[in-house]
Design a protein around this ligand. Structure first.
Ligand code: NOJ
Ligand code: CA
Length: 543
C-alpha cells in the first residue's frame, strides 16, 4: 500500500507553495463588507506574482456561520455571501491558467444543525437520516464519558454527540469498538455509517469534477469513534485514497491531523504540523501561545531574538515523523492559520520574519502561507468573537491591500465590515510593499523564486541536519537532490554565533541568498560565523 501511495503522489506537489485564504477577509467586490469569490479571482495575479502554486480556501459553502463555515448546511452550494457555484468554477479555471491549484476545505466529521440531514435525523420517526448522526438512546443519559453530548434539542428521545461546538453534530462513521452495553454505538459497517461514507465520496466527486484539485480535510482523524490507534479511521481514509488514485489521480488530500506518520499511512498526501497534536510547532515559531491541554507550554520559541529557544524541541519530533514518512508523503509547516493567534509577525521585526520565511521555504514538504503573513500583518488579542472565532478572531481580520479606505479591502461603511481593519496608521499593505524593494513582500517573493529554481529545496529533496544543539544557535541543514547540494544556515538570535560542521567541500559555498563571507574552510570542516539575526542559502555543489 505505502509503495503505491508513494508512486501516485501528484507531481505538482513537488514545487508547490500554498496560500491559505479566509474568504470572508480577503477582498470584497460588491461592497457588502465581506470578502467573496470574485474578490479572490481578481487577486489571482497578485497571488501568482508571489510565486504561489496552490490555494486552500476555508469552507465557502452554505452555512449559518456559527463556526465561520465549519458548520456546513449544504455541501453542494457556495454560500451566497461568497458568490455562486459558477464563481467557484471560474476560480478553479482562472487559477489553473496561472499554474495555481485550488483545494477546498472538506468538513467530513460534522455538519451544521441546520443541515437538512440533521433536521431529518432529529425527527422521532425513523427515516433515511436517523443513523446519519450519532444519537444515544435516551435524552436523560447525558453524561457519556469521552464524548460531548447535547440533550433536549429535538423531539427525538436521544442526545446527539458533537464534534466541536454544540452546533456541529458528529456524522456517524460508526465505532471501531462499540460498547456492547451501549447498543446505540454502531459498528463501522452498519448501514448508517456506510451511507455517510458514500455521501463523503459524492461530495468530493462533485467538486473534483468541477475543477477542484483536492481538499484540506478538517479534523480528519475524528471520524470513527472509540478507535484506538485510529485504525478504523485510517482504513476509511485509505479506502478514499485508493478511490481517488483511480478516479482523480492528480488530486491531493491534506489532513488536519497533526500526526504526519499516522496521517500519511492513512493515505493522506500531506499532514500539517500544528500547535496541537504534533509537539514542536509552538517551540519553533510561536512565542507565548497556549493552544490548550497537550500543547507546548508557554516559553521561548527558536525564532526569537533573545536567543533562548531550543531547536531540538521542534526538530526531534519533526525528524521522527520525517523519517517515517520520507518517500511516502509530505509534512506541511504553515506560517500560521485561521486558528492560530497571534500571527507570525507579532513582536518580530521584518528581518526576523524574513528568517522564518527563509526557513519555511527551504524545508522539505510543502510550505503554507496564511494570507497577510507575506506582508507581516498584525493580529489582535482582544477582538470580540465573530462567527465562533473567540480568541482566534484577531488573526482573521481583513487583508490590507492599500492605503485607501478600509485598507482597500472593501468599499463598505466601516461598521459593515466582516471584522475591523487594523487601526495602526503604519500598518503594512500590499501596494506600499510592492513599491519598496526592501519590503518583506519582496524578500518573500525572492525566496519563493529561489525555491522554485532549485529542486534541492523542494518537497522531497533530502534533508540532513548539520548543526542543531539544545539551546544553541545557529541551525544549519543541507538539502540535496541528485548532484545539487544546498546549505541553509539560520541565526534568529540577536548575538553573533559560530559553528563548525563537517562537510565534504573543496570550495567555499557560493551565496544564493543572505550574507557573504560567513564561511572559512579548514580541511573538511566549514566554520560558520554568523551575525545576529541573519540567515542564508548557500550552494555547496552545483547540479
Ligand atoms: C478545525 C478548523 O480549522 C477550525 O477553524 C474549526 O473550528 C474546527 N476544525 C471545527 O470544524
Ligand atoms: Ca462581498
Amino acid at each position: 500500500m505505502a509503495e503505491n501511495i508513494a508512486k501516485s503522489k501528484p507531481a505538482w506537489l513537488e514545487e508547490a507553495v500554498f496560500y491559505e485564504i479566509y474568504p470572508q477577509s480577503y477582498y470584497d467586490t460588491n461592497g457588502d463588507g465581506i470578502g467573496d469569490l470574485p474578490g479572490i479571482i481578481s487577486k489571482l495575479d497578485y497571488i501568482q506574482s508571489l510565486g504561489i502554486t496552490g490555494l486552500w480556501i476555508n469552507p465557502c459553502f452554505v452555512s449559518p456561520f456559527q463556526d465561520a463555515g465549519y458548520d456546513v448546511a449544504d455541501y453542494y452550494q457556495v454560500a451566497p455571501r461568497y458568490g455562486t457555484n459558477d464563481d467557484l468554477k471560474r476560480l478553479f479555471s482562472e487559477a489553473l491558467q496561472r499554474g495555481i491549484r485550488v483545494l477546498l476545505d472538506l468538513v467530513p466529521g460534522h455538519t451544521s444543525i441546520d443541515h437538512p440531514w440533521f433536521k431529518e435525523s432529529c425527527r422521532p420517526e425513523r427515516n433515511k437520516y436517523s443513523d446519519y448522526y450519532i444519537w444515544t438512546d435516551s435524552v436523560w443519559k447525558w453524561e457519556i464519558p469521552g464524548y460531548k453530548v447535547v440533550s433536549g434539542f429535538s423531539q427525538r428521545n436521544a442526545c446527539y454527540i458533537t464534534n466541536f461546538f454544540y452546533s456541529q453534530p458528529a456524522l456517524n462513521y460508526g465505532f471501531a469498538c462499540p460498547d456492547p452495553n451501549q447498543p446505540w454505538q454502531q459498528p463501522v459497517d452498519a448501514a448508517g455509517p456506510q451511507q455517510v461514507r458514500g455521501e463523503l465520496k459524492n461530495i468530493m466527486r462533485y467538486w473534483l469534477e468541477m475543477g477542484a484539485s483536492g481538499f484540506r480535510v478538517d479534523m480528519a482523524g475524528s471520524l470513527v469513534k472509540a478507535d484506538p490507534g485510529l485504525r478504523e479511521t485510517s482504513k476509511l481514509w485509505r479506502e478514499i485514497r485508493e478511490w481517488l488514485d483511480v478516479e482523480f489521480p492528480g488530486a491531493c488530500i491534506i489532513s488536519e491531523w497533526g500526526n504526519p506518520s499516522q496521517a500519511i499511512s492513512a493515505g493522506f498526501h500531506m499532514d500539517f504540523t500544528l500547535p496541537f497534536g504534533m509537539p514542536g510547532y509552538t517551540a519553533l515559531l510561536r512565542k507565548h501561545y497556549d493552544a490548550g491541554p497537550g500543547s507546548d507550554p508557554y516559553g521561548f520559541s527558536f525564532f526569537e531574538a533573545v536567543g533562548h529557544g531550543n531547536i531540538l524541541e521542534f526538530l526531534d519530533n519533526y525528524l521522527y515523523h520525517y523519517s517515517l514518512t520520507q518517500g511516502k508523503g509530505l509534512i506541511a509547516i504553515p506560517t500560521g492559520n485561521h486558528d492560530i493567534n497571534p500571527r507570525l509577525s507579532m513582536g518580530r521585526s521584518v528581518n526576523e520574519i524574513e528568517l522564518i520565511f527563509l526557513f519555511l521555504l527551504s524545508m522539505p514538504g510543502v510550505p503554507f502561507i496564511y494570507y497577510g503573513d507575506e506582508i507581516g500583518m498584525r493580529s489582535f488579542g482582544n477582538l470580540p468573537s465573530k462567527e465562533g472565532g473567540y480568541n482566534r478572531t484577531g488573526a482573521r481580520t481583513p487583508m490590507q491591500w492599500s492605503n485607501e479606505m478600509n485598507a482597500g479591502f472593501s468599499t463598505a461603511e466601516n461598521n459593515k465590515l466582516y471584522l475591523p481593519i487594523d487601526p495602526d496608521p503604519h500598518k503594512p499593505n500590499v501596494e506600499q510593499q510592492e513599491n519598496d524593494p526592501h519590503s518583506l513582500l519582496h524578500r518573500v517573493q525572492k525566496l519563493m523564486a529561489i525555491r522554485k529554481a532549485h529542486p534541492a529545496l523542494q518537497a522531497s529533496a533530502r534533508f540532513e541536519v548539520l548543526f542543531a544543539e539544545a539551546g544553541r544557535y545557529p541551525f544549519v541543514y543541507k538539502r540535496s537532490v541528485d548532484d545539487e547540494e544546498i546549505l541553509i544556515a539560520l541565526n534568529p538570535a540577536s548575538s553573533a554565533v559560530q559553528a563548525e560542521i563537517e562537510v565534504r567541500a573543496g570550495n567555499l559555498p557560493r551565496t544564493i541568498y543572505g550574507p557573504d563571507g560567513i564561511f572559512t574552510l579548514h580541511n573538511n570542516h566549514l566554520k560558520i560565523s554568523m551575525p545576529g539575526i541573519s540567515g542564508g542559502i548557500y550552494q555547496l555543489k552545483e547540479a
